[in-house]
Design a binder for this molecule. Structure first.
Ligand code: FAQ
Length: 320
């Protein structure tokens, strides 16, 4: 029997059993209001991150050092726009409109990932975004391909394939700099020094302060905790740093033979929360730019709406 046909408590129990047995929840299925709410929150924040995330790299398209690098960066930034679109579409299946989500982003009410509030000062920063930021995104997002909400899980499959290309191009860019001249290597090290800690923070607050984790793990939206994913990222990136011949900017970083993992020094959570609350180096600039792009794109939306209306009229005339 469909969940929607069951009454109150039975419906809740059937939903819980369905999710516990790794069943997928689809848009028309009954779902608890809090499950819907947390999905709208997470998926829309994720979409906003992809959209705002175009800015720090987009800033370098006209300054990429070769035609090849420019073509790669253009393709990558366009991919991020596409990810935003898949994710807004997935969120819309939960009953929220694109307009509402966009309005919340542009007014500063909605969150997006802290990482995109840091500046891209040199070309090596573009490498660090691909290598570290997309690298962190993949670790966080591969488990989301198994998320209990069907439209989100399916969107994540394609997104992860593209993020994997993004990570590779970032690593390859960093390798070219790290194995280049002394000043290129210094530029790569400087960018790593600035991006390492923000990338580590991307996974969200420590498990003890993560308000949504336990319920979202029970609902199989999240499959691993923030700290578990962060640790995977650290272990993976330390090895990649060795291959690049770069140093992680953390004097306390060391391999822990007892746990088989790399331990790191303290994370500056005050910095993280300041950035999340709007006081990072580029929060204001990112929102201003998004609002400006939205205003400047008004004529495109108007033209598309007028064209759709004309098409509808033509179809009606043909049908009459
Ligand atoms: N930044 O209870 P938790 C990308 C907030 S996409 C800002 O642990 P949850 C691709 C959190 O929202 C990057 N806020 O929350 C790309 C909550 O506040 P709320 C984005 C953060 O949801 C690459 C509060 O703190 N990825 O990079 C952050 O269980 C290159 C308490 O936290 C996703 O969105 C943060 N870093 O776990 C694009 C993946 N962390 O909502 C362009 C999907 C936490 O109650 C270029 N999202 N907060 O007001 C997730 O997996 C989760 O939402 C987490 C947070 C892990 C981000």
């Amino acid at each position: 029997m469909a969940l929607a046909d069951l009454a109150g408590k039975d419906r809740q129990n059937s939903f819980d059993e369905h999710v516990a047995a790794d069943g997928k929840v689809e848009p028309k299925d009954w779902m608890p209001a809090a499950y819907r709410k947390t999905l709208v929150r997470q998926i829309s924040q994720h979409a906003h991150s992809e959209v705002i995330g175009m800015q720090p790299e987009g800033n370098w398209i006209s300054r990429a050092p070769s035609l090849r690098r420019k073509a790669i960066l253009l393709a990558k930034v366009q991919d991020e726009a596409g990810h935003g679109l898949y994710l807004y579409s997935a969120a819309e299946t939960l009953g929220v409109t694109r307009h509402e989500m966009e309005a919340d982003l542009m007014s500063g009410k909605a969150k997006y990932s802290s990482i995109f509030n840091y500046p891209t000062l040199t070309w090596a920063d573009v490498g660090c975004i691909g290598w570290l930021v997309d690298g962190a995104a993949i670790i966080n997002q591969i488990p989301l391909c198994r998320c209990s909400y069907g439209p989100y899980a399916r969107a994540m499959v394609r997104i992860c394939k593209e993020e994997s290309f993004h990570q590779r191009q970032g690593f390859e860019l960093m390798m070219a700099l790290a194995k280049g001249t002394a000043s290129q290597k210094a530029m790569a090290q400087d960018a790593l020094n600035r991006w390492w800690w923000p990338a580590v923070m991307m996974f969200g607050p420590p498990d003890g302060d993560s308000v949504h984790s336990s319920q979202n793990m029970a609902w199989k939206i999240k499959r691993f905790s923030n700290d578990e994913l962060r640790q995977k990222f650290i272990d993976m990136t330390v090895k990649q740093c060795e291959a690049l011949g770069l140093d992680i900017p953390d004097p306390d970083l060391k391999f822990n033979a007892a746990t088989g993992h790399c331990d790191i020094g303290p994370i500056d959570w005050d910095e993280f929360w300041a950035v999340v609350k709007g006081h990072g180096p580029c929060n204001r600039q990112r929102l201003e730019q998004r609002n400006r792009a939205h205003d400047e794109g008004a004529w495109v939306r108007e033209a598309a709406t007028a064209f759709a209306a004309k098409e509808r009229d033509r179809q009606q005339q043909r049908a009459a």
